[in-house]
Design a protein around this ligand. Structure first.
Ligand SMILES: Cc1cc2nc3c(=O)[nH]c(=O)nc-3n(C[C@H](O)[C@H](O)[C@H](O)COP(=O)(O)OP(=O)(O)OC[C@H]3O[C@@H](n4cnc5c(N)ncnc54)[C@H](O)[C@@H]3O)c2cc1C
Length: 406
């Protein structure tokens, strides 16, 4: 059955698709969210994002999502850079210096799964949002008036949905991007990252809730995810050709953790997974009425916690443009501006910063390491430099810069 409706079709009930639907609804625009997962397996997704920066918290607050996330997350005003070789804290940054820049001078450690759980519940309650769970998007067509999405239900029934625009919030494997023939430009790192989830409170060793740890042999990230009971995640690099089963064997995980921090007894390991890291940006963010947002438009290393955050920023920017189109403004021009603003941020901010973050942690040259660490110390110890540094890492600067692009 084909329904012709004055709405936006959104593929994917990830954080980007759901924030877009909620913001559009706030502006009076109806949408249909198409999600392949079912209600009974929606929360079984692999662990991913968890750090939500101040700029993003303001946007969550705008749609009423923040107040649902705060009680489920950890407020983290501090983050640390450590030198693992010397077991030394290099620099502590405190978001308090952003007190005049944001109502949220801290990061919120709150996992992607909790974000989508809360946002999905809100979307289901909103009369302007139709959520179609257990529905696989398989392709689309567009014409002068709108778009037709092809979908398949869990029973194999095929259907066609009609809308004025289609937004791909499907993640990195976006079918919309491929069908539009848009290049996903960039590269993939040959090494993979190992994530180990541990029940242990690392704060007793001086760590903060978020720690970036440099080491010429084995850099790592250490993040507090939830608690009590305590749950932390430690990320380590691995070689691309190492056997995944050997890397994630319980003994191998334990040995790696004890090498990182010997605690005199075994760590309680909750789980582990390996992931490949890509640095890619789509050559275009829209083609006609088909628009890319979030991971379908750009992917990056998670060091710095920017993928989800910048994707949510895409969603809010795009919602504003679509709402203007609904009020009668010219569509093509609005979407071109969305592309100019958000693609610029993906290329000039997110990509550059995440590539730099990894290089900083993995640097092997002792002289360069020393220089990098001295620079971090200098920035952390001067409140003005610390503010400048945090405006960039908290993505406030990227939002301000995007707003200046016509
Ligand atoms: C280990 C790790 C840690 C990370 N940590 C951070 C962090 O701390 N901070 C941060 O900002 N980012 C982080 N990221 C990145 C972050 O997880 C992603 O950028 C973010 O989830 C992208 O959101 P999205 O909504 O664009 O896509 P996704 O989260 O991938 O959601 C896409 C949705 O679309 C659905 N879908 C896909 N295909 C179809 C289809 N054909 N039909 C119907 N539905 C479909 C999927 O089921 C899914 O629900 C991390 C990533 C990893 C791997």
């Amino acid at each position: 059955m084909e329904s012709s409706e004055d709405r936006v079709l959104i593929v994917g009930a990830g954080p980007v698709g759901l924030c877009l639907a909620l913001k559009l609804a706030k502006d009076g625009v109806a949408s249909t969210v198409i999600e392949q997962l079912r209600d009974d397996n929606f929360l079984d997704q692999v662990p991913r994002a968890g750090t939500n920066h101040p700029a993003t918290l303001e946007l969550y607050d705008d749609i009423g999502l923040y107040r649902r996330l705060e009680p489920r997350g950890i407020i983290a005003p501090l983050f640390h850079y450590w030198d693992r070789e010397k077991s030394e804290l290099i620099a502590e940054f405190d978001h308090a210096v952003l007190g005049n820049d944001t109502r949220f001078p801290f990061a919120l450690q709150c996992e992607r799964i909790k974000i989508v759980e809360e946002a999905l519940a809100m979307a289901k309650d909103n009369p302007l949002i139709t959520v179609m769970m257990a529905t696989v998007f398989t392709g689309f067509d567009q014409d002068g008036d709108g778009v037709t999405a092809f979908v398949e239900s869990a029973d194999g029934d095929r259907d066609r949905l009609r809308g004025r625009y289609i937004v791909s919030a499907e993640g990195a494997r976006s079918i919309v991007r491929k069908e539009c023939g848009i290049e996903f430009e960039g590269f993939t790192y040959p090494d993979r990252t190992l994530n180990i989830e541990v029940a242990y409170d690392f704060r007793r060793h001086g760590y903060s809730d978020r720690n970036y740890i440099s080491d010429p042999e084995e850099w790592s990230n250490l993040f507090h995810w939830k608690g009590p009971p305590e749950r932390w995640r430690v990320h380590f690099p691995t070689q691309g050709d190492e056997d995944p089963d050997a890397l994630t064997a319980p003994d191998a995980l334990q040995t790696r953790l004890q090498h990182f921090l010997p605690i005199g007894r075994p760590f309680e390991i909750i789980g582990s997974n390996l992931y490949t890291v890509h640095q890619r940006v789509a050559a275009k963010f829209h083609r006609g009425r088909a628009i890319l947002a979030g991971d379908s438009a750009h992917v990056n290393s998670p060091i710095g916690g920017m993928g989800l955050n910048s994707g949510v920023h895409d969603a809010f920017n795009l919602a504003e443009k679509l709402a203007a189109i609904w009020r009668g403004e010219e569509g093509g021009a609005r979407l071109d501006r969305y592309e100019r603003q958000r693609r610029h941020i993906a290329v000039q901010h997110t990509q550059q910063q995440t590539i730099r973050n990894k290089k900083l942690l993995a640097e092997k040259d002792p002289a360069v390491r020393r220089r990098n660490h001295d620079e971090l110390r200098r920035q952390a110890s001067d409140p003005q430099l610390a503010r400048k540094f945090l405006l960039r890492t908290s993505l406030i600067e990227s939002l301000r810069e995007a707003a200046r692009i016509q």
